[in-house]
Design a protein around this ligand. Structure first.
Ligand code: C5P
Length: 392
């Protein structure tokens, strides 16, 4: 599809770039690899050569390499230059316009778009020099993917991990938009888990796919996004702040923490309606023929947000198996929402745990818009645009 020059600088995340190379090829791209001297301390050129199927470029002054494909030809060949991992040092060199090795020379010489996936120790990432360098690069049109938060190879925890390869590939070619610039969206997703004893819980079939797709769509349209997620096996889009929770009460607490700064609240989570009154601290034994677990109603997170003195724009979901319109409109009114998205979960090709959805969106003024069956990412993009249009 396109020519991608994968430029690897010297961080421990270089090992993930081997996987990145493979995934780019899986998408049909032609990949050539440039490595800095310090990158070769972490991964050998032979590894990238074996994976990419081409010799790896490492030297600026290498007669044999220059004869085959010189640095200017490499710079011209690339449709995109992807620097992953991009170390603090490489970012600084790019800002200053250094051309003292092959990577920086190719970047200076290319007219292709440059994308960087920073990876470094969290303190190095927070350093004002790094932050200023990233801001400068963004101003110059360089796309920055990540970094992500989490445990680091150095033993610390924080922002600075390279975004996972599949997410870099996913983000690489989407058109950037500023439609929602300046807006903060808080989105809930997935099921909640209501613990009965240390090994058992009550939950439901929600996969989180719809909520994650909405978070991704809002982020790609330029919003700041906080995703409050129940237990699911999905990776959030790089750049989306993900707060992981388990129970409805934890979800409520996380939502309330972020709501004061929110412009939009999309409640996509399938929050468990009830939780056990008591948490039994030891595993319940199967001694009795009948077992009673007393349940108590969980707070309605969405209703609580919509009842705040100055609520954000509130969007709910109504997953129903019958009388869709009737129940959806009832929820819209009862919970005092701005919009409600109704979907039919009795049909197993859409809704819960499937990759497709179809929704009808009802607004306060009685208007409705139907988004016909499609993949969840398309529905999410249409829905986010519809929310934005309705708000303004
Ligand atoms: O009442 P019902 O659960 O069908 O309402 C669904 C909508 O309300 C969804 O948007 C869901 O995320 C939200 N909700 C909530 N807290 C609950 C129950 C539902 O935010 N406890």
């Amino acid at each position: 599809m396109s020519n991608i020059l994968l430029a690897v600088s010297g961080g421990i995340a270089a090992y993930k770039s081997v996987e990145l190379c493979r995934r780019l090829q899986d998408q049909g791209h032609e990949v050539r690899v440039v490595m800095t001297a310090s990158a070769m301390e972490f991964v050998t050129p032979l590894t990238f050569q074996a994976i990419s199927g081409h010799p790896v470029h490492t030297e600026l002054f290498d007669l044999a390499a220059e004869a085959a494909m010189g640095h200017i030809e490499l710079a011209r060949w690339a449709d995109t230059v992807l620097i992953a991992p991009a170390t603090a040092n490489t970012l600084a060199k790019l800002v200053a316009g250094f051309s003292d090795d092959l990577l920086t020379t190719v970047v200076t010489a290319t007219a292709a778009p440059v994308v960087v996936a920073p990876a470094m120790n969290q303190q190095m990432y927070q350093a004002s020099t790094t932050q200023e360098n990233l801001a400068t690069l963004k101003q110059r049109g360089v796309r920055v993917i990540g970094p992500a938060a989490g445990a680091q190879a150095c033993g610390e925890v924080g922002m600075g991990r390279m975004v996972e390869p599949e997410l870099i590939v996913d983000q690489l070619f989407y058109p950037h938009s500023e439609l929602l610039a300046g807006q903060h969206w808080v989105i809930t997703a997935g099921p909640t888990r209501e613990q009965i004893d240390p090994v058992r819980f009550l939950s439901n079939n929600s996969s989180g796919k719809m909520g994650y797709a909405i978070a991704k769509a809002a982020h790609r349209l330029g919003a700041k996004v906080t995703l409050v997620s129940g237990p699911v096996s999905l990776l959030p889009e790089a750049g989306v702040t993900c707060v992981k929770v388990k129970s409805a009460l934890q979800m409520q607490q996380a939502v309330m923490e972020h709501i004061p700064a929110a412009d939009v609240f999309v409640a996509c989570a399938a929050v468990a309606d009830y939780r056990p009154v008591d948490f039994v601290t030891q595993k319940i034994k199967k001694n009795d023929e009948h077992l009673q677990i007393q349940l108590v109603k969980n707070p309605d997170i969405l209703q609580g947000v919509a009842a705040l003195p100055s609520p954000p724009f509130c969007v709910g979901f109504a997953a129903e198996t019958e009388r869709l319109e009737h129940y959806a409109k009832d929820k819209l009114q009862r919970k005092n929402l701005d919009l409600i998205c109704a979907n039919n979960v009795s049909c197993n090709t859409i809704g819960f745990d499937s990759d497709e959805n179809a929704v009808t969106v009802f607004s306060r003024d009685g208007e409705s818009v139907t988004l016909p069956q499609s993949c969840k990412s398309k529905i999410a993009d249409q829905l986010v645009r519809l929310i934005n249009k309705t708000m303004s």
